[in-house]
Write a protein that binds this ligand. Structure first.
Ligand SMILES: Nc1ncnc2c1ncn2[C@@H]1O[C@H](COP(=O)(O)OP(=O)(O)OP(=O)(O)O)[C@@H](O)[C@H]1O
Ligand SMILES: [Mg+2]
Length: 489
């Protein structure tokens, strides 16, 4: 069980002080008591011995002349010693000779116990001590005297001693309590204050708070001051960091605005004149055909196709730029439905022998517009690079790999050399010639940018003439037909 006062430093200190002082006092009490008990008993026996010697000396002639009255008078001198309960003189043969008993005490019977030749001995009884002393005349044993004294004094002393020690113990406890409350003010409170400040800093991330520095110039004050200085440094560092972040954000926003302005220019200002060039080229080509000038017609044909390529290049670049800047809006998206629509549109425009497999209801948490761009690029690639196959096979699906769900688009087309796989996702890097498979080389770069913005990864594997597989992950999504992941922006 935990004691309530032992939970704080102050409580623990108090318990410690009380425990140490209590133990010290108890040990001191026991040792003093033991010493006192033995010395008192020793003194009592000494004094009984002296009294027995005197009585024995004074009773010598009484014993020799069988004068019982004198012996009893001698014994009655013991009245002056209130602790003596009884005393008795015995003849040499052990018969009682003279007796003294304290008036108020009950009748005590004394049995001689001295062994033959023994001069003196004492016996501790329940609450009394019995002392026996041999009486000799000219070295000859003529009788013995026994004194029975109570040890009440010793018991009283023990009780008094105990009471005194308990009083001292209480006093010590009071002093210990006083000392710990003084210590609380001197040591514990500054420490508590420091702990509270550290708590605020760690929980609320508020670095503006400061611990109160104690007035005394001691180690604690130094500790608190160092802690405050540390907070100063952190605050300064954070301010510098925040300023740098603000500067970088401003620079980034400016760069983004420039990119947007550039994209706008490309989209509107360049596309207009380009369209005019294409139109004029087309008209000139028609006139040239009518005027039967084949060279001019061929040249104008090239001009028209160049402008159309340039137009699709502009579109791709715009897509790439938007992929990096358009805001994300995560929703639950049915990737299978999107893939199906894309492939249906492709089939409409090109009657080829093609086999398509689309896994059912593969949903994901993603930005619908951007994830459509991803699938569009991957499926168009699969379509394009499998166009030379007699029976093309295109598949979209999802598989669980460990904790991750991996979406894939694969085909059995031209494939590529895996040694150059790193190049695929860089803009304008193409592994096939323009003559074999036309394109601008921006599609996969756009795919990578979009997947990276979703926090996922994209990779590819391929083999020349045996097809390719493009895989991507979306962190919040699972292969299952439905996902219960939370939507987040
Ligand atoms: N399914 C695929 N099979 C074989 N190679 C592929 C496949 N998909 C992409 N590649 C290779 O990766 C290159 C880059 O693809 P990416 O989609 O970026 O460009 P692209 O298809 O050439 O042009 P576009 O920008 O018009 O899509 C391609 O030129 C091609 O060499
Ligand atoms: Mg492409």
């Amino acid at each position: 069980m935990k004691l309530w006062f032992a939970q704080s430093i102050a409580g623990r200190l108090r318990v410690l002080v009380l425990f140490v002082s209590g133990t010290a006092l108890l040990l001191a009490y026991i040792s003093f008591l033991a010493f006192d008990f033995y010395s008192l008993r020793h003194n009592l026996i000494d004094s009984l011995e002296t009294q027995a010697t005197i009585i024995g000396f004074n009773s010598e002639s009484a014993l020799l002349f069988d004068d019982q009255q004198t012996a009893e008078t001698t014994l009655s001198a013991l009245r002056g010693a209130p602790s003596i309960l009884a005393a008795e003189i015995f003849r040499a043969d052990g018969r009682a000779f003279a007796l003294y008993a304290r008036q108020d005490s009950a009748k005590q019977s004394i049995v001689p116990k001295l062994a033959v030749g023994q001069t003196s001995a004492s016996w501790i009884q329940d609450r009394s001590v019995l002392l026996g002393h041999a009486i000799k005349s000219d070295g000859k044993f003529i009788g013995s005297v026994y004194i029975l004294a109570e040890t009440r004094d010793i018991a009283n002393r023990t009780r008094q001693f105990g009471l005194l020690s308990a009083a001292i113990l209480l006093l010590c406890f009071a002093i210990a309590l006083l000392a710990t409350s003084t210590m609380r003010g001197l040591i514990i409170r500054p420490l508590e204050n420091l702990a509270e400040t550290a708590h605020v800093v760690s929980r609320q991330k508020d670095y503006s708070v400061r611990a109160k520095v104690p007035r005394r110039r001691d180690e604690l004050a130094f500790l608190v001051q160092s802690f405050n200085e540390m907070l100063d440094e952190i605050e300064k560092g954070r301010a510098v960091l925040e300023q740098k972040v603000a500067e970088r954000t401003a620079e980034l926003s400016a760069a983004n605005r420039e990119i947007e302005a550039f994209s706008y220019t490309v989209a509107h200002d360049l596309r207009g004149p380009l369209q005019q060039v294409a139109n004029i080229g087309f008209l000139l080509q028609s006139n040239a055909v009518n005027g039967k000038t084949p060279e001019a017609s061929a040249l104008l044909g090239k001009l028209v196709s160049a402008t159309s390529r340039m137009s699709s290049l502009i579109d791709d670049l715009l897509n790439l730029s938007r992929a990096g800047t358009a805001p994300l809006k995560h929703v639950q998206v049915d990737l299978s439905a999107i893939a199906r629509t894309i492939l249906e549109n492709l089939v409409l425009g090109d009657k080829r022998h093609i086999e398509t497999v689309i896994a059912d209801s593969r949903v994901a948490i993603a930005d619908e517009g951007l994830i459509t761009v991803v699938l569009e690029n991957l499926l168009r690639n699969a379509w394009k690079y499998s166009s030379r196959k007699d029976l093309a096979h295109i598949e979209f699906g999802c598989r669980d790999m460990g904790d991750e769900s991996v979406y894939f688009v694969k085909d059995n087309g031209a494939g590529f050399d895996n040694a150059y796989v790193d190049r695929l996702f860089s803009p304008f890097q193409r592994l096939h010639s323009q003559a074999d498979f036309p394109g601008t080389g921006v599609g996969l770069a756009t795919v990578q940018r979009i997947i990276a913005r979703h926090g996922g990864r994209v990779w590819a594997t391929g083999s020349v003439d045996r097809g390719a597989e493009f895989c991507f992950t979306l962190p919040q999504s699972k292969c299952g037909r439905e996902t219960d992941s939370e939507l987040s922006d």
